[in-house]
Design a protein around this ligand. Sequence first.
Ligand SMILES: Cc1ncc(COP(=O)(O)O)c(C=O)c1O
Length: 339
Amino acid sequence: MSTTDPFSAPFGTIFGDAMTVATVEDGVYTYGGAAQPLENFSLHPATHVFHYGSACFEGLKAHKQADGSIAIFRLDDHVERMLISIGKLQMPAPDAELVRTLMVDAVRANLAHTPDNPGSLYIRPTFIGTAPNIGAAASPSATGMLYVITSPVGDYFTGGVRPLTIYIETQNPRSTPQFGSVKSGANYVMALGPTLEAKRDHVADQVLFAPGNDITETGASNFFLCDSERVITRNLDDSFLHGVTRRSVLQIAKDLDLDVEERSVDLEELKAWSEHGEMFLSGTAAVIAPVGAVITQGDRIEVGGGEPGPTTLKLRQHLTDIQTGNSEDIHGWLTVVEP
Ligand SMILES: Cc1ncc(COP(=O)(O)O)c(C=O)c1O
């Protein structure tokens, strides 16, 4: 198997060969105006990001369209969330237009690396604090770097669209409650312990964080209940990431005349739901991934007979049809990147 084939290489391990980079100093951002070859950085060992966690990122995708062009899905929503993350890290905010340009230029320079559907070009904008200053624990980095790399990807979950097994963690939140909506690296490393434990001890694919029985999200996706009439997902607050796919699913559900409920869901409701309803994860990487079983309080409970449910598959189809230009982009979610 070739390691440069996005459908056989693990998700996120191969890269487009161009990147875009802007730097910031004293609040002023500088960008050369063009992509450059993907290359290593040389950073001082005292660099702020290594010590005080001044890092955040985004994750979005460009898809090959039915007409052969390539379009980024919900670019401006991801730009907006990146700006919120940078702001929460107390770093100087770039103009939305600069962040947008860095993403578009990175995709343009890597158009040739965009795999055919169902693959896509995953886009990873990243911000890091670059000041060499180990005395800056209580102050933001005076300098920073905003860069965008890309990765040709196939499926996030090995095995394609298959029902996932989810372990429900009721003791610990995924991250600190006031920082859950920020896409910062620290949140992911905090979720790692419970995730590795669930994989090892329960052969689970993902952990669903439900501190105090309040269902929130998994380590890398939002969570939904659904049936033939409705979709239900947690109402927004700062404790979890406000997924762009989540927002898209809610809109598509409305378009399909399904009822939309954004509210809290507790463990008891989830257990009862498993007897008659469907569950799925939503995220840029996960797309819409059906849940086939949940593990909670020592029990393994099948969801929907262990098979992907019809409403889940219908929502997934509608989402991917829009992303790939196979149905009309009625909400203006696509940004075509011209060569
Ligand atoms: C913790 C977490 N929750 C939810 C999501 C889903 O967000 P989105 O749909 O914007 O990819 C992600 C993925 O980015 C994530 O990392």
